[in-house]
Design a protein around this ligand. Structure first.
Ligand SMILES: [Zn+2]
Ligand SMILES: [Zn+2]
Length: 356
């Protein structure tokens, strides 16, 4: 069946997600005027007066003192499952943030509220939180908004985060009641993150997550659907980079209009059984995308398992969103870029992925 789409006037106008059946239209919704903004008192949106270095330091201390994910507040979380000290993560390079080799750099705890009720997973809480770094703020933060984010870690640090997540997946699968485990991450309040401190989640469930089940069903019927999707995105200029059997692309198949995917067509196996070299490659594709997207809000999920290729979905969230009866709206200038030589939005992002 392949990919269903419609072109009018030389440009891509719509595309159907082969997994969910939802349709993305390319239009101008992101350009419509927003009257809400005008109702806001300009005094409330003016940038705050910068704090003196002393006042900023005092405020940072206060924020870190109150943050349950910050070092020093370990007793305020549920019990620790794993930890990785900075000495393991930076055996030769200088340890950032003034930490000692024995201090934890990453920590895994049970989520205080399991996403899947414990009663469904053999009375064990299978929702985990991974603190990706002990640092709450970016080095040299000048505002309280300058939070540490995944793209600001080193590439190797981010790979270690994903490797730790893979270990947690294996740990969760030790529970016979667990049938599927996925990695999910929110960055920024607009994406639903409840904690500003850099973290991701690993969630085990008593069933195959419905989105993954749907992907497995469609893939079983149409084994070429992933390659077809990749070819399609490539044809229309949505490809960001490709090597080693891994592709990253600005995909039109999201639940939100600005949706990105990293797909490894070589790795059709659960993440925690992936050879280390492949995990590292996959992590670096994600890392370059995260770094290029910057500290803006997003959510991401990593899907894996028998019957589907390892892949990640990322929804960039600081954009106008409309989901009407199974249709989404994506920027039309993205689709118009089908016609060379512009393709600006995709190319600009691809460039950002390859500049430090
Ligand atoms: Zn913190
Ligand atoms: Zn998926």
């Amino acid at each position: 069946m392949g990919i269903e789409y419609g072109m009018k006037g030389g440009a891509l106008r719509w595309i159907r997600n082969p997994f969910t059946g939802s349709v993305t239209y390319f239009n101008e919704i992101h350009r419509k005027p927003h009257s809400f903004r005008r109702l806001t008192n300009p005094q409330n949106v003016a940038p705050p007066t910068p704090l003196s270095p002393e006042a900023l330091e005092a405020e940072k201390q206060q924020v870190q003192g109150a943050c349950v994910f910050c070092p020093g507040n370990e007793a305020r979380t549920l019990h620790e499952v794993m930890r990785v000290p900075y000495g393991d993560l930076y055996p030769t390079a200088a340890i950032p943030g003034g930490y000692q080799p024995e201090d934890w750099a990453m920590r895994v705890i049970h989520n205080i509220i399991p996403r899947i009720p414990e009663e469904c997973t053999g009375d064990r809480n299978e929702s985990y939180v991974i603190m990706e770094d002990a640092r709450h703020f970016l080095p040299g933060a000048t505002r309280l908004n300058d939070l540490m984010w995944s793209g600001a870690l080193t590439a190797d640090h981010f790979y270690r985060v994903l490797r730790l997540a893979a270990e947690v997946i294996g740990h969760s699968f030790d529970n016979p009641a667990v049938k599927s485990v996925l990695i999910r991450k929110h960055q920024g309040r607009e994406s639903g993150a409840s904690q500003p401190h850099i973290h991701m989640q690993v969630i085990g469930a008593d069933r195959i997550f419905p989105d993954i089940e749907q992907e497995m069903e469609v893939t079983a019927k149409q084994p070429d659907i992933w390659q077809d999707s990749i070819d399609f995105m490539h044809t229309f200029g949505f490809n960001l980079e490709a090597s080693d059997g891994i592709v990253s692309q600005w995909s039109s198949f999201g639940k939100f209009p600005r949706h990105f995917e990293v797909i490894s067509l070589q790795d059709w196996q659960p993440l925690h059984t992936l050879p280390d070299g492949r995990l590292r490659l996959f992590s670096q594709f994600i890392y370059r995308l995260l770094r290029a997207l910057g500290p803006d809000p997003y959510d991401l999920e990593i899907h894996h398992g028998e019957g589907i290729p390892l892949h990640m979905h990322l929804n960039a969230r600081r954009y106008v969103y409309a989901n009407i009866g199974g249709t989404l709206n994506s920027p039309s200038d993205l689709a118009e870029n089908v016609l060379p030589p512009t393709r600006d939005m995709v190319q600009q992002l691809a460039r950002q992925m390859h500049t430090a």
